[in-house]
Design a protein around this ligand. Sequence first.
Ligand SMILES: Cc1cc2nc3c(=O)[nH]c(=O)nc-3n(C[C@H](O)[C@H](O)[C@H](O)COP(=O)(O)OP(=O)(O)OC[C@H]3O[C@@H](n4cnc5c(N)ncnc54)[C@H](O)[C@@H]3O)c2cc1C
Length: 511
Amino acid sequence: MLDNETKQNLIPYLKLIDEPITFSVSLDHSEASEKMAAFTQEIADMSPKILLEEKNLSRTPSFEINRQKESGICFAGVPLGHEFASFLLAMLQVSGRPPKISDSLLNQIERIDKDLHFETYVSLTCHNCPDVVQALNILSVINPKISHTMIEGSAYQQEVEAKKIMAVPTVFLNGEEFGSGRMTLEQIVEKIVGTSPDTETLNTEELYDVLVIGGGPAASSAAIYAARKGIRTGLVADAIGGQVVETLGIENMIGTPYTEGPQLMKQVEEHLRTYPVDIMTNQRAVSLKRKENRIELGLASGVSLRSKTAIIATGAHWRPIHVPGEKEFKNKGIAYCPHCDGPLFKDKEIAVIGGGNSGVEAAIDLAGLAKHVYVLEFLPELKADQILQEKLATLTNVTVITNAETNEISGDTQVTGLSYIDRSTGLAHELTVSGVFILIGLLPNTDWLDGTLALNERKEIITDRYGATDMEGVYAAGDCTDSAYKQIIVSMGSGATAALGAFDYLIRKQS
Ligand SMILES: Cc1cc2nc3c(=O)[nH]c(=O)nc-3n(C[C@H](O)[C@H](O)[C@H](O)COP(=O)(O)OP(=O)(O)OC[C@H]3O[C@@H](n4cnc5c(N)ncnc54)[C@H](O)[C@@H]3O)c2cc1C
């Protein structure tokens, strides 16, 4: 079942297993059980520290990873694809290797005193799912009252349909929907206990030299450049990663011919953590003001931080289309991530709104799975690069509709259709679809700065060539600014510029 390369890559991990562990496997005579039996057997054959036993579990096929007593971690479906890393980490953590998390977070998880059973529906091609699966597995390993089952959607299609799951990851807690989409461990803990583990440890007394706001490539680059100048650097982000973690294939990181978003941002985070940067995650900036020669940053948690300078690198988010049905059917047929949610629309009719690069790339990707894909473009022509349009034109299950103004997404408990006006004729049309991917561009994350800094008509922060904004001591970088191009390498470059600009300001103008 595993190819030779995967097996070779596995060897060093298997050597890290501390105490013996057991795969407790629930099987029947189905083909899916055969696959799971082969997978668990093959791994167990590679290490004397892995034992196998048969056990009746609530889902068949599935398997638990246990050590002496039950760990609470169960995989319903073979954890290959993006979930293979979750499986490896679970093995090591159950064997006794502690997860790498802060002491405050560990204490908060240990103190949870209620029985919590999580179930996460995933697809193996979803690159956001492993973060959630791994976070919930960590909860299970640390706290015996918590358990977690990863459920691979295609192996449990009936459950997926019965629960009307239209987006992954979707998490259930004790049978009730808990959340959907990318969530960090800190965010999950905050949702369970009501307070952020990190807020307790925020250093509100500190006066930073530079406070970076954001957790994407621009912010990470700015923080690294600042810390390398030996100045007191803090970084505040709701999560580390940014848009890059939504990106599967990246081929324009110069010097790295191919990488994937989650992998790149993992490396960036590791790089960031080698410097003395005060990293404050799970924190959302809500206000910024200049007061007595200092910058005061207000956080949603109610706490304020002080700094001599600030660098804003809060990036951008998908632009909503603002039509009836958009909010109601989010994650109920409306999706923004083709890599994650595409498999849930296998053999279904779907629409992609947006004929730019993102929309056309998504349509090409989804055409491999869906029965039919309609691409709706507002303008008379698609705007995507020619090479993408040519590829799209070769696909027989794609229909391009130009001049289409979507005016409603309809449904009952989930999406069933979409209506649009043909702008060239004024006539109304309807499409019967069970999924709508909205990919009509991005909006800068600058709402929280309205009235504070000079923004252009697109709500982007106006900066000069040093990354300086119109507020003294405040710099900005990346997709939240008026930079002409929005790319990873451009964001990283502008993060560096803003950090050097802030440093210059500190040595010339600040006491
Ligand atoms: C689907 C897709 C594919 C792409 N593919 C490529 C590609 O192949 N190559 C390429 O070069 N570029 C690509 N891009 C563009 C690239 O991802 C962006 O240009 C880049 O991520 C911008 O980095 P950033 O740091 O400015 O912002 P972001 O990546 O958006 O990061 C912003 C960060 O700020 C945090 N944040 C936001 N608001 C707040 C707040 N109020 N308080 C605290 N934190 C906050 C966010 O959580 C996030 O961590 C792609 C983009 C998308 C959406």
